[in-house]
Write a protein that binds this ligand. Structure first.
Ligand SMILES: Cc1ncc(COP(=O)(O)O)c(C=O)c1O
Length: 391
């Protein structure tokens, strides 16, 4: 029997948002985790030129592999041989490669809940067993070494993400090290999703490779580089897994798009433009962190990185999908339901993506402020009636 995979519920919100827009409504898209900016200008210029001269066959760019390897030295002080870099069509296939290189069907893989929806579903699709660890605001929604230590029996694998989706929290260096230690001691293979590296506001995120040289590290051009639709990413594997990973990439996906690889190499040299996006996100984050508590949304983990705010709306709803639909219909602001990230406790959460312009964030705040005020009054009224119902 094929395994059942849940859809992204944010897609149904996005579909509704597009329908409303087609009906002439003004919609602000904060439901998906993608930059509203395009690829860096120089990368686009290069792509135009290359289109006229390159045959676009199957291809792996040696220059890009070397550039990515150099990036690990420059950024984290970690030496990576370019042969350990597997170019992929984004982080999503990189996960498929990593998981299928490491595990056999039935293997138990630990991960944080809340977490990126595709982890759970990719594991299931590969006949692996997600072991979800509930992570609340006390541990800033992140897995701790202590929680991994308590797992009995030990899982075969652990997926971590720092900065995380949906919360943006970063695992501090000492905790990363503790996670690396417990995994080494208990024989747990580590997969580290570092797709939001480069996007941090409080502290730079360390790579798991600084603590666990054999960890498999996933990264992509979709977030910091603002190239989600170009479908380009990479996986760093230890030397022992190079052949296994290359065989899987070749058989399952062949190569990433040639044009994207050419453009990706240029994007590495577009720091000024990309840092400009980061400044916009930092402004947006500040605006939301100021505005949301004024709307009664006080239980949020201030995001260290990425471009999300995961906010507790449990005092207003226990159906985050219906809540997001109502918010969208009433205000034209689309956000993602917590249900996507946490099937157990996500009914009372929403995720706002602030990878849009500051003007749009300001406009979204203007629209949702009175909406939340009215909801909060309604909820207080309902509570009052309930309290007095038995009198
Ligand atoms: C945490 C995380 N990992 C991986 C991905 C997949 O990214 P890609 O576009 O590189 O496949 C996403 C996309 O939103 C994400 O949030």
């Amino acid at each position: 029997m094929p395994v059942k995979i849940d859809p992204f519920h944010a897609i149904s919100i996005s579909r509704l948002a597009h329908r409303l827009r087609a009906e002439g409504r003004s919609v602000i898209h904060m439901e998906f985790g993608q930059p509203s900016t395009g690829a860096p200008a120089a990368a686009i210029d290069a792509a135009h030129r290359i289109l006229d001269t390159d045959g676009m066959g199957y291809w792996e760019s040696p220059g890009l592999k070397a550039r990515i390897a150099t990036y690990y030295g420059e950024t984290y002080g970690v030496a990576v041989d370019p042969e350990r870099v597997i170019l992929t069509c984004g982080a999503s296939p990189a996960f498929v490669l990593a998981l299928s290189c490491l595990f056999s069907p039935g293997a138990r893989i630990a991960l944080a809940r809340p977490g990126y929806v595709a982890y759970r579903n990719t594991l299931k699709a590969l006949h692996l067993v997600p072991v979800e660890l509930a992570c609340g605001d006390a541990e800033r929604f992140q897995i701790t070494a202590a929680a991994v230590e308590r797992l009995d029996p030990a899982p075969e694998g652990l997926i971590i993400a720092s900065p995380a989706n949906p919360t943006g929290t970063i695992i501090p260096p000492e905790e990363l090290k503790a996670l690396a230690d417990v995994c080494k001691r208990r024989g747990i293979a580590l997969v580290s999703d570092e797709i939001y590296h480069g996007l941090s506001y409080t502290r730079a995120a360390e790579s798991m490779l600084q603590h666990a040289p054999n960890a498999l590290v996933v990264n992509s051009f979709s977030k910091y580089f603002s190239m989600a639709g170009w479908r380009l990413g990479w996986l760093i594997v230890p030397e022992t897994l190079i052949d296994a990973a290359r065989a899987r990439m070749g058989n399952l996906f062949l190569t990433p798009p040639s044009l994207a690889q050419h453009a990706g190499l240029i994007a590495f040299d577009c720091r000024e433009e990309l840092e400009g996006h980061l400044k916009t996100y930092a402004r947006n984050r500040e605006l939301l962190l100021k505005a949301l508590p004024q709307m009664g949304l006080r239980r949020i983990a201030p995001p260290d990185g990425a471009f999300y705010i995961y906010a507790d709306v449990g005092h207003l709803t226990n159906d985050s999908l219906a809540f997001c639909e109502a918010l969208l219909r009433d205000t034209g602001v689309a956000v993602a339901p917590g249900l996507d990230f946490d099937p157990v406790d996500g009914h009372g959460f929403i995720r706002l993506s602030f990878a849009v312009s500051t003007d749009l964030v300001e406009e979204a705040i203007r629209r949702i402020k009175p909406w939340f005020a009215a909801r909060t009054l309604d909820a207080a009224g309902a509570l009052h009636i309930e309290e007095h119902a038995g009198e």
